[in-house]
Design a protein around this ligand. Structure first.
Ligand code: SF4
Length: 354
């Protein structure tokens, strides 16, 4: 990204954006996490920055790269315990509506919460939309040339059509944007136009986490100030939109600045490897240092174990009705889910002790 921005203006805009965020969203910040269904995407020509593109040739049987249902459901239960809402249920392209419905129903039921989906182009007629809060389109970049080159099989128009259709069904909508792909500062205007055109309810930003064996392997990241520039500009133009910002373990110190420039939510952590460790505690401290109240926890072991109820949770229990078939499936999986929960917790405890 070429640097044209005026750093002082970014700081001034951020102060305004922070205040505007307080006005429309209150004094809270929460943590979110995408629930991944697997490591396989069936696009023939996958996106050039994506981890899944590096795995494609190694995966002989796509089904083997899918997570087992008990693991997905155990994670959903733990997320609810620690007060992290699922950013969305996410997988590469290639899940049938029946498979998606099954996962959607079970996750929503266990969390007593409707869900966002980010699973490629949705077949609305075949999904249990009563359990869907919103649909996310993976836009990745608003720079058209870059988009055509990096995501040859994910045409923007199809994503846009899907998001407009989602609105017709009364669903909320969001997009994901990755910064650091080569976009220019002037592309911010294109993003503002897109948010308006689609009437988006939320936007997720990630800063590129360069993956090995992709063309981005040795690329440096965008700077914190550049990141703040995008966030604060969106916030100043769209006071009510939910802004989710991604970070990574090597960038935890950008959390405070991202919140100061208008972010509502922090996402993208290797949760199970840093929960309760110094990195998890750093995330909590970064958030609290901005004067915001943190919803959820990144360190409380008793909450994780289910021995203590979380005080500040973003979850509001909803009535979730699912099919009898899926209810039976859930009962048959109970033991396996509980075993998986214990496994996740004991891994976390071992890591904390090491
Ligand atoms: S569609 Fe998603 S999962 Fe598939 S290659 Fe692109 S970014 Fe990766």
């Amino acid at each position: 990204m070429e640097i044209l921005m005026d750093p002082l203006e970014v700081m001034e805009n951020s102060i305004k954006a922070y205040k505007l965020t307080t006005k429309y969203h209150g004094n809270f910040v929460d943590l979110k996490r995408a629930l991944f269904l697997g490591w396989y995407c069936n696009l023939k020509d996958p996106c050039k920055f994506c981890y899944m593109s590096t795995q494609k040739n190694k995966i002989k049987d796509p089904k083997s790269a899918r997570r087992r249902l008990e693991g997905i459901l155990a994670e959903a239960i733990l997320m609810k315990r620690i007060g992290w809402k699922l950013e969305f249920i996410s997988g590469g392209y290639g899940y049938t509506p029946k498979e998606l419905n099954r996962i959607l129903e079970l996750v929503a039921y266990l969390q007593k919460s409707k869900q966002y989906l980010n699973v490629g182009i949705i077949d609305f007629e075949k999904l249990n939309l009563d359990l869907v809060e919103g649909i996310v389109g993976a836009v990745e970049t608003v720079n058209e040339d870059l988009h055509r080159y990096l995501c040859p099989q994910k045409p923007l128009d199809k994503t846009k059509d899907m998001l407009l259709k989602a609105k017709e069904y009364g669903l909320k909508t969001g997009i994901t944007i990755i910064l650091g792909l080569g976009e220019k500062e002037k592309d911010i205007d294109k993003l503002l136009d897109l948010i308006e055109e689609l009437d988006l309810d939320r936007i997720t930003f990630y800063s590129l986490n360069p993956q090995k064996n992709t063309i981005f392997e040795n690329r440096s990241s965008i700077t914190t100030l550049e990141y703040m520039n995008w966030i604060s500009t969106v916030r100043l133009n769209f006071p009510k939109i939910e802004i989710i910002t991604g970070t990574w373990v090597d960038k935890l110190s950008n959390i405070g600045p991202l919140i100061m420039s208008g972010s509502n939510t922090i996402t993208k952590f290797p949760l199970f490897s840093i929960y309760g460790k110094k990195e998890g505690i750093t995330v909590e401290k970064e958030i609290r240092s901005t004067g915001r109240l943190l919803l959820g926890t990144f360190s409380d072991i008793e909450v994780l174990k289910g021995n203590k109820k979380l005080e500040n949770t973003p979850y509001v229990d909803e009535e979730i009705v699912i099919s009898e078939e899926n209810m039976k499936l859930l009962e048959s999986l109970r033991d396996a889910i509980n075993k998986k929960i214990e496994e996740y917790i004991s891994k976390i405890l071992k890591r904390i002790r090491s």
